[in-house]
Design a protein around this ligand. Structure first.
Ligand code: HEM
Ligand code: HEM
Length: 135
């Protein structure tokens, strides 16, 4: 039973992480394919809704990760002890969340933090994939 719960919690972390990543994907689509999308009015309206929802809730997806990451960590730690790939992904994840929080709070912050936030998103994706592939 605890094994299933640990797995479920890991999957929730993964889904919230993917929802946070969508922020980039929807903006990318909007930047590069808006004209094509606009040819289909209903499709474009739906896409706009999804984009607004994704962008508006970006920080909440990221912040909610903390809760499920801690729970996943607690359960897996209990069952299996420390997991190196998971621990690396978790540390990068916490840096990413901290940086995102900084980005929303700090004044006169410039764009450097956002470049770092994008770069860390790539590193985080690699580390999460490593965790999923090698356990
Ligand atoms: C960004 C952070 C993390 C993500 C996205 C993540 C996600 C996942 C997912 C989706 C699974 C597969 C669950 C299943 O369907 O059975 C999993 C398994 C696991 N995770 Fe994590 N996890 C993270 C961090 C951690 C941390 C910090 C630990 C440290 C204890 C950990 C330990 C484990 C273990 C032991 C397994 C089972 C591996 C196996 O069955 O071989 N994870 N994780
Ligand atoms: C799971 C963790 C997270 C990931 C993977 C992530 C990823 C990203 C990515 C890829 C972008 C760039 C979007 C673009 O190119 O325009 C971005 C932007 C941003 N992120 Fe995050 N982020 C995470 C967590 C957070 C958190 C927790 C916050 C705030 C509390 C945050 C605040 C922001 C802000 C303010 C922006 C720029 C404005 C915007 O696009 O909304 N992020 N994030």
């Amino acid at each position: 039973m605890l094994k299933e719960i640990g797995g479920l919690l890991g999957n929730i972390v993964l889904i919230l992480f993917l929802l946070a990543l969508l922020n980039y994907v929807v903006k990318y689509i909007n930047r590069n394919y808006r004209k094509q999308l606009m040819k289909n009015e209903a499709g474009y309206q739906l896409f706009t809704k999804v984009m607004r929802f994704t962008v508006k809730n970006h920080k909440y997806f990221g912040l909610t990760v903390i809760i499920f990451l801690l729970l996943h960590f607690a359960v897996q730690m209990n069952l299996y002890g420390i997991n190196i790939t998971g621990a690396i992904a978790a540390v990068i994840m916490l840096v990413q969340i901290g940086l995102g929080y900084y980005g929303t709070r700090a004044k006169n912050k410039g764009k450097t933090w956002l470049k770092a936030h994008r770069l860390i998103a790539v590193l985080l994706s690699i580390s999460v994939l490593t965790h999923l592939a090698f356990g």
